[in-house]
Design a protein around this ligand. Structure first.
Ligand SMILES: C[S@@+](CC[C@H](N)C(=O)[O-])C[C@H]1O[C@@H](n2cnc3c(N)ncnc32)[C@H](O)[C@@H]1O
Length: 383
């Protein structure tokens, strides 16, 4: 088996960001976002306080999901540790690691509410996770203790005004607004509703949203001003706000222990990740790889779709020598997670999507707790 083929048996990717693979494709092929922007920001700003060779520097990526940013942070040759609470994400990160031959990235399963998930490094990438925690103060304290020089924080914050709260796409999730005391510092926070059912495996055939908090039905969002005040107290008195998304509100802030030098990083990585092919070509290559794998292993697939796409893709798979065990016709309307759950109740294994809204459907299938892989390349090739 080629190393990348291990991916096909590790459940459905929950990554929003496509990881570039050496053959010019991305994993998963349907994730068109590119997270490289945040890694570039991290490296650019870390460089302003860097005091030794890149190869001697180490970073920690908290809540690293399937490792997309972990790999990107390693592009100057530094050692990067990714820690993630969901084991399936780490299994997929480790497969990608072997495919990329990335020896300086290291992954472990760990809850970032636990002290043991932290380690001493030069810089911490704390992105997309603080706002999923019930105790963000403990996380920031450990983040600051772990980071010798630099912290990158990308998170949702308590809205700065009633108008900002009302305009937030998460307005329905916000709860009580109150203050927390941290060693005499008064911190402004708001409660935020995470999914009600705390179990990872939910009784009705669904899994808990794989990008949500783990084991909590409430998280606590610090206001941006309070996060800055807390970080100053924790030893990071210098900060710069580098991005703002008021409709969440979400901000990216970089924190330094010492006054940073002006930016000089030229954006050129010493160990760049593979370049991706133009989108159409990358999808075509993914189709080829998917067909070779399915034909080679003889694994049957269930094709789920509607209209002419269902018969075209079903026919093509059969012509290519792939075993199609079933064709499931979807109703001609948007299919919700609940509907998808009902329609696939007793099914398992590999699923091929033959629909126009393939990215959305791949996400809906990913929340089900039953499929090993979802193939979207055949539908994407026709978009
Ligand atoms: C919204 S995703 C963000 C992923 C990535 N850091 C990024 O910014 O693209 C949140 C990730 O944090 C993980 N996570 C949530 N709560 C966690 C916890 N308490 N400990 C470890 N990981 C957690 C989730 O499993 C998920 O992979």
């Amino acid at each position: 088996m080629k190393p990348v083929e291990a991916i096909y048996s590790l459940g459905i990717s929950h990554n929003k960001f496509g990881l570039p693979l050496p053959d010019g494709t991305t994993y998963p092929e349907w994730a068109t976002n590119y997270s490289g922007e945040r890694a570039l920001e991290f490296i650019t700003h870390f460089d302003r306080v860097r005091d030794r060779d890149w190869e001697q520097c180490s970073f920690l990526d908290l809540g690293c999901s399937e490792g997309s940013t972990t790999f990107e942070l390693s592009q100057m040759g530094s050692v990067v540790f990714g820690v993630e609470g969901r084991e399936d994400g780490i299994c997929r990160a480790n497969v990608i690691r072997s495919v990329l031959g990335s020896e300086n990235t290291h992954f472990s399963v760990g809850n970032i509410d636990d002290e043991a998930s932290y380690r001493k490094v030069d810089g911490v990438f704390n992105a997309g996770v603080l706002y999923h925690l019930e105790d963000p103060l403990a996380c920031l304290k450990r983040t600051a203790e772990s980071a010798r020089l630099f912290v990158y924080l990308d998170t949702g914050h308590a809205p700065r005004s009633e108008t900002e709260q009302q305009n937030s796409k998460f307005v329905a999730n916000f709860g009580n607004r109150y203050t927390l005391d941290y060693e005499g510092l008064e911190l402004d926070v708001v409660d935020f509703a995470e999914p009600k059912n705390k179990s990872e495996v939910q009784g009705d055939g669904l899994r808990r949203g794989p990008r949500s908090g783990i084991g909590n039905d409430n998280s606590v969002w610090l206001s941006h001003d309070s996060a800055i005040a807390l970080m100053a107290k924790l030893g990071f008195p210098f900060h710069e706000t580098i991005k703002e998304y008021p409709h969440i509100p979400r901000l990216r802030t970089v924190f330094f222990r010492t006054e940073p030098r002006p930016t000089t990083f030229d954006g050129k990585y010493t160990w760049p990740l593979p370049e991706t092919l133009p989108r159409n070509e990358a999808i075509r290559r993914t189709c080829q790889r998917d067909i070779e794998f399915l034909r080679g292993t003889g694994h049957p697939v269930i094709v789920l779709g509607r209209g002419s796409l269902l018969s075209i893709i079903g026919g093509e798979l059969r012509d290519a020598g792939v075993q199609v065990s079933e064709m499931v016709v979807l109703p001609d309307m948007p299919v919700s997670k609940g509907m998808m759950n009902q329609l696939t109740k007793d099914k398992s294994g590999f699923i091929v999507l033959a629909v126009d809204d393939v990215v959305k459907m791949a996400r809906n299938v990913g929340i089900l707790n039953r499929f090993d892989y979802v193939f979207t390349s055949f539908a994407l090739a026709r978009k």
